[in-house]
Design a binder for this molecule. Structure first.
Ligand SMILES: *Cc1c(COP(=O)(O)O)cnc(C)c1O
Length: 398
């Protein structure tokens, strides 16, 4: 058998198990209404929670950044690629989110995936025990594997179980890693308990605020600010391609932690710095996030979340108890979830089906992702469509 044939056989197996994924091609900016594979749809797939991805001020900032700094950075941050725009953004970020630690500094990365690889591998290594929530994002899991630390997985959001595992551990170096808002469930980690445990056990606590930054806390400063937490043990990761509407990510922590990352984190050192114009646009995004306009967008989003929670309770499926913009509807089987996605799509509603390995086996789901760009009317159209497919599913079950 040819090499290509073995791959084709594996791909057919994915098809048979309802696990083949397909990309959609979009002709319009990321917004509530998009042209997807040539069809007009209302999108509930993006993580553009504040509706900033197509904001005219950000588009203008991106082009201003390109005029000022050119198209590419030309090198890695340590070899000539670190521009004034990157430096300015890092100062802006440290100022904006750094209230959780003394002497805060921030480090800008091209993606959240790399920021997580960097921070986990720089703080954990051979001899470290790394305690990881069972529903953590893939990038934290990959960082843990790459670090060669001893990995212990604690049951999702279970601080008591984590406490017992820390108690039983004889490791000299300990690191706890968790999402703040879990990306496929929308629930929030028990952060105050985790901080307490980290301090008691001399552990770093790395929190990935990809879905909290911009949305939660005063001015959208994130989940740590919302819970009013402060600790020298805390290391925060935030991403800038979700609520911030642009691209990239950051690590915020005590200045010494960031300095250690500059010296040691391979995913920071051995890659070309992102285009300075992108950093320039992110700085503009931070100004909107922190402004009254940002507050208004968050207030509108909260209203949409409340409406969606009520709507989901009226379907035949069990909603997950999420207070955030991530509103999952767990269906179970892969094929049934894909069929529902297709049924909604026929009404011009795009809600993506999420399947393993993104979520555990048997918990495939529709992931409704809300944005301040959605109007009340968009949500009512989602409701009409969802209640119809729910009635049809109930009739089939009878
Ligand atoms: C999206 C996401 C990331 C990765 O961020 P990118 O900037 O998209 O690479 C990391 N962690 C979580 C929890 C995420 O949802």
């Amino acid at each position: 058998m040819q090499l290509i044939d073995t791959l084709e056989q594996d791909l057919r197996e994915l098809d048979a198990r309802g696990l083949r994924r397909r990309r959609r091609t979009i002709d319009t900016p990321c917004d509530a209404h998009m042209r997807v594979d040539g069809r007009d749809t209302i999108g509930f797939a993006s993580n553009d929670y504040l509706g900033l991805a197509a904001h005219p001020q950000l588009v203008a900032a991106l082009s201003e950044g390109a005029q000022r700094y050119g198209a590419g950075s030309g090198g890695s941050h340590l070899l000539g690629g670190h521009s004034r725009a990157h430096a300015q953004l890092e100062d802006d970020l440290a100022e904006f989110v750094g209230g959780f630690v003394d002497d805060a500094r921030a480090l800008y990365f091209s993606t959240g995936y790399m920021a997580n690889l960097a921070v986990v591998t720089a703080l954990a290594g051979r001899g470290t025990t790394l305690f990881s929530d069972s529903l953590n994002h893939a990038s934290l899991i990959d960082g843990a594997r790459l670090s060669r630390a001893d990995i212990q997985i604690y049951p999702h959001a279970d601080a008591d179980a984590l406490s017992a595992m820390l108690e039983a551990s004889g490791a000299d170096a300990k690191v706890i890693v968790t999402d703040t808002v879990f990306s496929m469930d929308g629930d929030v980690a028990p952060l105050p308990r985790l901080v307490e445990l980290a301090e008691r056990h001399h552990a770093w606590l790395i929190v990935d605020d990809a879905h909290g930054f911009g949305v939660l806390g005063p001015q959208g400063r994130g989940a740590l600010a919302e819970a009013a937490l402060r600790s020298p043990n805390l290391v925060m990761v935030g991403t800038l391609g979700k609520a911030a509407g642009v691209a990239g990510a950051f690590v915020a922590a005590h200045a010494t932690v960031c300095e250690w990352l500059v010296q040691r984190a391979r995913p920071y050192i051995f890659t070309t710095a992102s285009a300075p114009a992108v950093a320039h646009a992110v700085s503009a995004s931070l100004r909107i996030i922190a402004s009254e306009e940002g507050d208004a967008r968050r207030a509108h989003l909260r209203k949409l979340i409340a409406r969606t929670r009520t709507m989901l309770k009226e379907t035949c499926w069990l909603p997950v108890d999420s207070q955030t913009a991530v509103q999952p509807l767990v269906i179970g089987a892969n094929d049934a979830t894909l069929a529902l996605q297709a049924a909604l799509e026929r009404d011009g509603i795009w809600v993506p089906a999420i399947r393993p390995p993104t979520v555990p086996e048997g918990t495939s789901r529709l992931r409704i992702s809300l944005s301040a760009a959605h109007s009340d009317d968009d949500i009512e159209r989602l409701n009409t469509s969802l209640q119809r497919v729910s009635r049809e599913a109930q009739e089939r079950a009878r």
